[in-house]
Design a protein around this ligand. Structure first.
Ligand SMILES: Cc1cc2nc3c(=O)[nH]c(=O)nc-3n(C[C@H](O)[C@H](O)[C@H](O)COP(=O)(O)O)c2cc1C
Length: 424
């Protein structure tokens, strides 16, 4: 976005019926101390959600009072309150809200290491039971949109009934504020607000269903670096994948060497071109609206193919066939069970990328050049490559909703062909 969606109103531009709200913000206790310059810019316009609410004063004046009541007329400890806000701000990636509340949180006793952990998207280590309970409550509300019995019972015991209701209400209020800030993205205050570790972190905890239903093949990747710390977390995710007898018959070679990536790109390009031209041929017989999504994916594949060398890192999964327990060998059809001890780890790897805010794609075309790859990466007997994962930040949005067959078409009940889901 190049321009702000709402031009902040200076005091002379504010409509009469919005003046009550403006004055309430300017005269509020938190606008009296050093917090003033975070709430009010040098030209008198309001920061945060207030400038938007000046245009709906009938609602805005009440929302300002709710915010005030949540601070001034509640029994919850201020640190409990602030940890809940930080959790919401992180979930919504609203940096301004996070930064402002990180300062408040520090002043009211939220440990700095916990603020930094939340900024990174990590689970904070909290010795205070009330802070841990409030964080968990807020976390489940924003990410899972439901509260487990354990979390509720803990909150009720540790915080008490009243503070539990307050925390839940507070989370709701700050989701509303986050929505306003995300939509209108108001300009920063005149004063600089310190950012605790936020600028380095893209990691976002994400609901499992949301992650599974939006982890796309991301083929347009930026050159921006991917850190070893990120890769370690992603590889740890991969390590949790199941394998026959828990033998984990795979290893990963993390390829950062530009010359090796360039060679892989050289080998990949003709394989991709062949695959893509077959794909494009198949599209010729389809109507344009049906062909369009595949054509877009093929164009993204063209981009990956021509930019393989520039991808920040390519992770190559290799496997030892001696460690596979293949229960469908020797049939007159392709055997598939061996791969089932490797590719769950690869899928976990992709989900790990998703959690890090990174994109990747499972690619296997280079398996056709197995000998060249083994030479290039010094892969000894009896190891073979089986998956190549370019990893990087997406150009544009990257992940998003997937197009997949419905459960109606995929699942049967008791016998093949008898629909599991009763459509009647
Ligand atoms: C076994 C396997 C091999 C794949 N090989 C490649 C490949 O070599 N190159 C590529 O660009 N995508 C490859 N893909 C990615 C698929 O094309 C992609 O997952 C599929 O089109 C669905 O895309 P979506 O997840 O974005 O909806 C492969 C996927 C699988 C499961």
């Amino acid at each position: 976005m190049t321009e702000t969606r709402l031009t902040p109103q200076t005091p002379g531009e504010i409509e009469d019926d919005a003046k009550v709200l403006y004055n309430a913000v300017v005269e509020s206790p938190r606008a009296q101390g050093p917090g003033k310059r975070i709430l009010i810019r040098d030209d008198g316009s309001l920061c945060g959600p207030f400038d938007a609410w000046l245009r709906t004063p009938g609602i805005g004046v009440h929302l300002e009072r709710v915010g005030m009541a949540l601070r001034e007329e509640t029994v919850m400890d201020p640190a409990v309150r602030e940890i809940a806000v930080l959790t919401v701000a992180r979930a919504w990636n609203v940096d301004f809200e996070f930064q402002v509340h990180a300062m408040v949180a520090k002043n009211v006793g939220v440990p700095e290491h916990a603020i930094e952990a939340i900024a990174r998207g990590d689970q904070p280590i909290l010795e205070r039971g009330d802070l841990a309970a409030a964080h968990q409550l807020a976390r489940e509300l924003v990410y899972n949109r439901r509260i487990s019995d354990l979390t509720f019972d803990t909150a009720k015991t540790v915080l008490g009934e009243t503070a539990t209701i307050e925390v839940v209400t507070h989370v709701g209020f700050y989701q509303l504020v986050s929505g306003v800030l995300t939509t209108f993205d108001p300009p920063e205050p005149s004063v600089e607000v310190p950012a605790p570790g936020l600028s380095h972190s893209h990691r976002v905890p994400i609901d499992l269903y949301e992650a599974a239903s939006t982890t796309r093949a991301v083929r347009r990747l930026r050159e921006d670096p991917v850190t070893d710390e990120q890769l370690v977390r992603i590889l740890k995710m991969a390590s949790f994948g199941p394998s026959g007898g828990n033998r984990q018959p795979w290893r990963v070679i993390v390829v950062r060497d530009p010359a090796k990536k360039a060679r892989m790109g050289e080998l990949y390009a003709p394989l991709w071109d062949k695959y893509a031209s077959l794909g494009r041929k198949a599209l010729e017989s389809l109507p344009e609206d049906k062909a369009a999504p595949t054509e877009r994916a093929l164009q993204a594949g063209d981009h990956l193919s021509s930019n393989f060398a520039k991808v920040p890192v390519v992770c190559v999964f290799v496997f030892d066939p001696n460690l596979l327990h293949i229960t469908d060998q020797g049939r007159d059809r392709p055997s598939v069970v061996g791969g089932a001890s490797i590719y769950p780890a690869v899928q976990n790897f992709l989900l790990g990328c998703r959690a890090e805010g990174l994109g990747s794609t499972l690619t296997t075309l280079l398996c056709e050049e197995e000998n060249e790859i083994r030479k290039l990466l010094d892969i000894p007997d009896p190891w073979y490559p089986c998956a190549f994962l370019p990893v990087g930040y997406a150009v544009g949005q990257g992940h998003g909703p997937l197009s997949r067959r419905s459960v109606e078409k995929l699942a049967d009940l008791d016998q093949f062909g008898s629909a599991f889901l009763n459509k009647g």
